[in-house]
Every structure is written in C-alpha cells, then in structure tokens.
Write a protein that binds this ligand. Structure first.
Ligand code: OSB
Ligand code: MG
Length: 390
C-alpha cells in the first residue's frame, strides 16, 4: 500500500535537502484513445518518471518529453542521457537549500528544459512535504500569493477522422463538464472543422491549436477565423518563432496564444513586448521547471497578459504538479488539465483526478504533490528502471 499523504506537521519552510538516491523509470502507458496533432499521432504515452529521495522523503517528477521529437527536440532518450550524465550528478554535488536554486544548479547544461524540470518537480514535492504542506500551500507561502482551491479546466481534442466525429466528441466533453473546448487543427482540417464546431456549439468557449503547422502566408486563413469568436488561436506559426507571430497578431482580432515558442521568462518578455501574443500557455516542463514557470506567470501578470496551464498528456504525477501551479492567481483562463480518465484507465495514481460539477479540478490538499503512485501499476508500464546513488 502506498503511504497516504495526510497528517501534517509544520516544519521549517525551507531547509537543506540532501539527495540520497534518484530512480528513473522509462514508462510506456496506453492512452484510452489515440491523440492526433499536426505533428503526429500518439496511441501510447512514453516518458520518464523520476523518484528522488532526500533525507528519507521521496518526491516524484514526470517529464513532458515524448518518445519522438515532434513537439520539441527533447525525447525520452535525450532526457535519460542529460539526467543520468549531468543533472543527477549535479543534484548529488551538494545539498539543495531551496528548490528555487535548481535553475542555477543546472545552468551548466544549455537547453534541455524538460529534463531539468523533471528533477526540479521531485525536489518541490520533497520540499513541500518537509515543510508539512501541500505543494499548493507551499507555493502560496513562498510567493505570498493567494492560491485557488479549484482550477477551471478545458479539454484538448485531437484531430478526428471526420468533422462529424469531432462534433460528437465536443458534445460528449461539454456534457461531461469541461468548460472550454480546444480543437487541434492542421492544413486541410482547419476552417471547416472550426466553423462546424462553432455552428453546432454557438456559446461554448472554443479555441484552436495549430502546433506550428502554418506560415505567415496563411494569414488569410486566420483572418477568416476572426468571424468564429474563438477564445484564442494557439501557436499558429513556427515552433521557434516570435517575430512572425508579431506580424500576424496585428492582422487579426483573435488573440494569439504562444506555446512552443516560449522557453524562458525572457521569451515571454520578448513576445509580449513585440505584440506577438496576448495570452501565454505555461507548461512547466517547456520552460525548465516550476521556478521558471512562476517567473513567466509573474511577468505575464505584470503586463496584463492572462495565462493558462498547458498539458502534455501527463499521468496523475505531472497533473498534480500542474494543478498546484495553476492555482496561482494569473491562471485566469481554463487550463488543459483533464480528469484522469480523459487519457488513462487506470491512471498511475490513486485516487484518480475527477472533474467537479462546476467544471474544475480540485487542487490536491495532501502533503507535497498529494497523490500516491500505485507501485504495481508503475511496474506494469516500466520499460527501463535505473537507480543512481552519490
Ligand atoms: O500543444 O498543447 C499542446 C499534447 C501533446 C503535445 C502538445 C500539446 C498537447 C495537448 C494536450 O494539447 C493537452 C493535455 O494534456 O490535455
Ligand atoms: Mg499547444
């Protein structure tokens, strides 16, 4: 039986964490249905989980990298290499006094934000547990900000075989309680799907995500989308572009939201200063961890740019971390945070995340991440396991 995360006894808010052991698990877990984006189809989620032990307390982190470099250059294999050869040794080098020191600890590795974020997540889980707090309350204490109890959630719907099938999927997710619908688009499956969705569901919060499938030459397509009252258009242009988005945004009324292009607080500043977007999707793994994610949140808030939490088909481990992050006040738009059963049956954690009747997910209140990994389920999906010690 996994140890329940409940009884709370308040310790120091920040104390040194001496890392004794790190375990990596390369997992492959089937999705309840294949997920298609403009960059490919996934039927099984492949990623890495890290379990870190410091001073006898175990914390968990989940990578957002996938088997293939379709969304970003990092993969399970590059993460394994960077973690085992650089980041884990850096964690063993000296105690960590505060999880917010980790971006500096990992600075000698350029890039590889997803690998860095995986270990940082586990350290945040440990730090919050040592303080006797849920991660949400721990972040609230460190930032001095009011944290939400519940996070408004939307669902991301992959490209469907037909427009009719898409409309059926939207109807069932709205029925289930999701507050916002995001549909994936790609050339040939864009305006027609978006128009059909808007016609069938005139009042729903609706948005599209192109995952970088277009260029500035497609500006007319996005101008036509202005008639559909979309909440936003996510990442229409190049995955590493900010400039061309700044050329597109003034040509359309619909807000552009950047996802793939934003890897740091500096990118967020640049994108906002250039007028490349009006909204930012924050994925802690894409920006190198929770510390940087909070920095992006704060920059956006100071400039009046709302944010929401993106997802990468996380298991309950990554979902729990995302929920604590999305409890920050500038997460004002519905996030890509679904119930566990949207992607997994069963999830790796117990109990699973379920959607509340008001279209929210509750932020866990147990110690740290507040979720328990079921060892037997983890064992079943693990392809490779390695233990590292100082
Ligand atoms: O672009 O937001 C994206 C999933 C995999 C890769 C990229 C993206 C997505 C999603 C899924 O949209 C969001 C979720 O986890 O629910
Ligand atoms: Mg996206």
């Amino acid at each position: 039986m996994p140890r329940a995360r409940s009884a709370v006894n308040i310790g120091p808010i920040i104390g040194p964490m001496r890392v004794e052991q790190v375990e990596l698990f390369h997992i492959r877990i089937p999705l309840v249905a294949p997920f298609e984006t403009s960059f490919g189809v996934t039927a099984e989620r492949e990623t890495i989980l890290a379990r870190v032990v410091a001073d006898g307390v175990a914390g968990w982190g989940e990578s957002i990298a996938d088997a293939a470099p379709g969304y970003a250059y990092e993969t399970v294999t590059t993460n394994w290499h960077i973690l085992s050869d650089y980041l884990i040794p850096a964690l063993f080098r000296a105690p960590v006094d505060d999880p917010r020191q980790l971006p500096a600890r990992f600075e000698h590795v350029r890039g590889h934000p997803m690998a860095k974020a995986t270990l940082e997540a586990a350290m945040w889980d440990i730090a919050a547990q040592q303080a006797g707090l849920s991660l949400r309350d721990y972040l609230g204490r460190l930032t001095g900000r009011p944290m939400k109890d519940r996070v408004a959630v939307g669902v991301s719907i992959g490209i469907q075989p037909t427009t009719e099938k898409l409309l059926e999927r939207i109807a069932s997710f709205l029925e289930y309680g999701y507050l916002r619908i995001k549909i994936k688009i790609k050339p040939g499956r864009d305006l027609q799907d978006a128009r059909a969705a808007r016609r069938a569901f005139p009042d729903c919060l609706l948005m599209v995500d192109a995952n970088s499938a277009y260029t500035l030459r497609d500006a007319d397509l996005f101008k036509q989308m202005d008639d559909l009252n979309l909440l936003m258009i996510e990442q229409p242009l190049g995955y590493d572009d900010i400039y061309e988005h700044s050329q597109l945004q003034p040509q359309i009324k619909t807000p552009i939201c950047l996802d793939e292009s934003i890897h740091s607080p500096g990118h967020a500043q640049l994108a906002i200063a250039l007028g490349a977007c009006k909204i930012i999707n924050i994925k802690q793994g894409r920006v190198g961890g929770l510390t940087q994610a909070i920095a992006v949140h704060d920059i956006c808030e100071a400039r009046g740019v709302p944010v929401w939490c993106g997802g990468m088909l996380e298991t309950g481990v990554g979902r729990a971390l995302n929920l604590a992050l999305a409890a920050l006040p500038n997460f004002t738009l519905p996030s890509d945070l679904s119930a566990s059963n949207r992607y997994y049956n069963p999830d790796l954690i117990d109990p699973p995340f379920t959607i509340n009747s008001d279209g929210t997910l509750s932020v866990p209140t147990g110690l740290g991440l507040g979720v328990n990994v079921v060892p037997e389920r983890l064992r079943r999906v693990t392809l490779r396991h390695q233990i590292f010690r100082p």
